[in-house]
Design a protein around this ligand. Structure first.
Ligand code: HEM
Ligand SMILES: *[C@@H]1O[C@H](CO)[C@@H](O)[C@H](O)[C@H]1NC(C)=O
Ligand SMILES: *[C@@H]1O[C@H](CO)[C@@H](O)[C@H](O)[C@H]1NC(C)=O
Ligand SMILES: *[C@@H]1O[C@H](CO)[C@@H](O)[C@H](O)[C@H]1NC(C)=O
Ligand SMILES: *[C@@H]1O[C@H](CO)[C@@H](O)[C@H](O)[C@H]1NC(C)=O
Ligand SMILES: *[C@@H]1O[C@H](CO)[C@@H](O)[C@H](O)[C@H]1NC(C)=O
Ligand SMILES: *[C@@H]1O[C@H](CO)[C@@H](O)[C@H](O)[C@H]1NC(C)=O
Ligand SMILES: *[C@@H]1O[C@H](CO)[C@@H](O)[C@H](O)[C@H]1NC(C)=O
Length: 318
């Protein structure tokens, strides 16, 4: 009974301090089991970003795709086998990359503290550490899943052709609200998209050889000089031209001048509540504050903690 009271006292104190967040994740989970863990992730990520400026976008998107399928359990890292087509080989995997960086980090961690740090935490930490300045907090203690199916990626990852209703539903399925949807879409302030994922907006929006009227016509003309046809599957376009490598709030000012690249970006302006959030995000302070909150909610989706799941030895195999 005494012990029980003591436990309650601990739960209350930690709850008040905000160390627990209800998901079972904690700040600095590896503090005693692998004190150097977070530093190792940061060092290797920084080294790799220095030689590959496109990497932050890859790692941030990897984190998103991991969390939306079976929760943040590193299922996105599992290789297909003779009997199973894994998430990696699903259609929305297009241009997922950075797996080699996760592997390098994992190899170093297995050397320093074998079987302690999960692949799922490595993804979440590396996505944050892609940026010189730490822009959001990452709680840790995720464990790894062992199931990965391409069909589940297809069913859970929102498509760039989604409208507001289907986007809202895809996020609601993960307990994320419209605020999270808009704020997290701000991640499209870095990185690139392939022409075939939006060229219908340039060439054949309603099947009459027309352009999407919600796309800025000047911008559409410039995109047509780069994406030469509906079937161009190889050319990539910066989603935030001008500052494609900088994590800022320009995504939202692009939206306002109808320069969101995908239909799913433009769709955010088709709903009153979402448009209000877009307007709030035009100021960078609130954007950074809200992104920190929303990505922590994303990073807690369906996490395996405690004794659930396991710690994989190699991230690409179960
Ligand atoms: C709201 C629903 C979303 C849709 C429909 C969507 C769709 C897409 C698509 C189609 C691409 C381009 C892929 C390619 O052509 O290679 C892309 C890129 C990207 N997405 Fe999203 N996304 C969404 C939300 C998110 C979220 C929540 C994040 C992260 C928090 C994110 C981060 C990124 C990043 C960083 C890239 C650039 C990747 C690169 O440069 O290789 N996206 N997204
Ligand atoms: C990380 O890098 C810093 C600076 O290069 C170095 O001083 C530190 O020892 C490294 N830490 C680990 C754990 O690799
Ligand atoms: C997983 O697949 C990648 C290529 O898709 C390959 O480079 C890697 O070696 C594979 N991992 C293992 C452990 O077989
Ligand atoms: C994506 O899936 C295709 C098969 O559908 C595969 O050939 C390709 O290597 C995968 N890409 C990545 C980055 O895993
Ligand atoms: C992110 O939010 C947490 C509270 O959830 C706060 O402690 C932390 O300082 C914030 N981090 C950044 C980089 O803004
Ligand atoms: C959104 O897309 C879904 C699925 O394609 C469709 O059923 C629905 O009618 C669309 N909603 C609007 C408002 O266009
Ligand atoms: C545009 O779409 C219509 C209807 O889907 C189709 O018949 C036509 O072939 C398309 N045009 C091109 C250039 O693909
Ligand atoms: C289209 O983009 C230009 C800048 O390239 C901007 O001045 C103009 O206001 C935009 N038009 C609309 C309708 O948003």
């Amino acid at each position: 009974m005494k012990c029980f009271n003591f436990l309650i006292a601990i739960v209350v104190v930690f709850g008040v301090l905000g160390v627990c967040n209800g998901s079972g994740l904690r700040e600095n989970f590896y503090k005693s089991s692998c004190p150097q863990a977070e530093q190792i992730v940061q060092n290797i990520t920084w080294k790799q970003v220095a030689s590959n400026p496109a990497l932050p976008a890859k790692l941030l998107r990897m984190h998103f795709h991991d969390c939306f399928v079976r929760g943040c359990d590193a299922s996105v890292l599992i290789n297909s086998t003779a009997n199973n087509i894994a998430e990696k080989d699903a259609i929305p995997n297009l241009s997922l990359a950075g797996f080699d960086v996760i592997d390098e980090i994992k190899t170093q961690l297995e050397h320093t503290c074998p079987r302690v740090v999960s692949c799922a935490d490595i993804i979440a930490l590396a996505a944050r550490d892609s940026f010189q300045k730490s822009m959001w907090q990452v709680l840790t203690g995720r464990r790894d899943g062992s199931i990965s199916h391409a069909s589940e990626a297809l069913a859970n990852i929102p498509s760039p052709f989604f409208n507001f209703t289907t986007l809202q539903q895809a996020f609601a399925n993960k307990n994320l609200n419209v605020q999270d949807l808009v704020v997290l879409s701000g991640a499209h302030t870095i990185g690139v998209g392939h022409c075939n994922l939006f060229s219908n907006r340039l060439y054949n929006f309603t099947g009459k050889g027309d352009a999407d009227p919600s796309l800025n016509s000047t911008y559409a003309a410039s995109l047509r000089t780069k994406c030469r046809s509906l079937s161009d599957t190889t050319t990539t376009i910066a989603m935030d031209p001008g500052s494609a490598l900088t994590f800022d709030n320009h995504y939202f000012s692009n939206l306002k001048i109808h320069q969101g690249l995908f239909q799913s970006d433009a769709a955010l302006l088709t709903n009153k509540g979402a448009t209000n959030v877009v307007d709030e995000m035009l100021i960078s302070g609130p954007f950074f504050t809200q992104f920190n909150q929303s990505i922590q909610r994303m990073g807690a989706i369906g996490v395996l903690t405690g004794t659930a799941g396991k710690i994989r030895k190699r991230c690409s195999v179960v």
